[in-house]
Design a protein around this ligand. Sequence first.
Ligand code: SF4
Length: 238
Amino acid sequence: MRNEVKNYLRYLADMGEKDLPVGEIEAAQREKQAQTAPKKRTQKVSAGDKGRLLGELAEQIARCTKCELHRTRTNTVPGAGNPDADIMFIGEAPGADEDATGIPFVGRAGKLLDKFLAAIDIDRDEVFIANVLKCRPPNNRDPLPSEEAACMPYLLRQIEIIQPKIICCLGRVAAQALLKTKAPLSKMRGQMFSFHSIPMIVTYHPAAVLRNDRLKRFVMDDLRFLMSKYEEILEGEG
Ligand code: SF4
């Protein structure tokens, strides 16, 4: 109705009528649109604020006793990297080297991950790397569903803070935990998934590549797939 009135007033204005309240009606319309426009889902948070929030979360994780793994850990391993990363890697759980240092992916598997990243021109400092579990399971056994459930809120909060554009899941255990599936990793590769509305791909854990060298080329294919999707996302943002 307001549009019809406005159009009619415009018509009168075109016909030479003066002192018509077209401007007021347009201003009222703009105000109404602003009030009814959907609010943005996420607020832009500065890299500094993200770093501070991740630090506070890491302190909370260090005090965590929500599952039995707190009894056997040396250090919690919350995650490391760029708090403002576009790309996030998520593995399964800390191993012995990570438990000893509190830093994710520092053992042989971590060094191999660095090589994979270098092969796609990415520096470890550019991305954020975390695990589903923040404490090491004894003898590197698979995480229990109850441990995954207890620890998952920390990972979700990390994702919420970092707001990565794309996630790369490293290994069967992490992929099955995040996607709530029992599908083998070979069936999940080469597909785009969505984890809490963030695009996600899946590849082998570097530790699996250390055990089976033939997986190396699959990981490289997956990382190229990751980068092509990431570039598509950037192009889509203009
Ligand atoms: S694994 Fe996660 S939930 Fe369990 S004690 Fe460690 S931080 Fe807490």
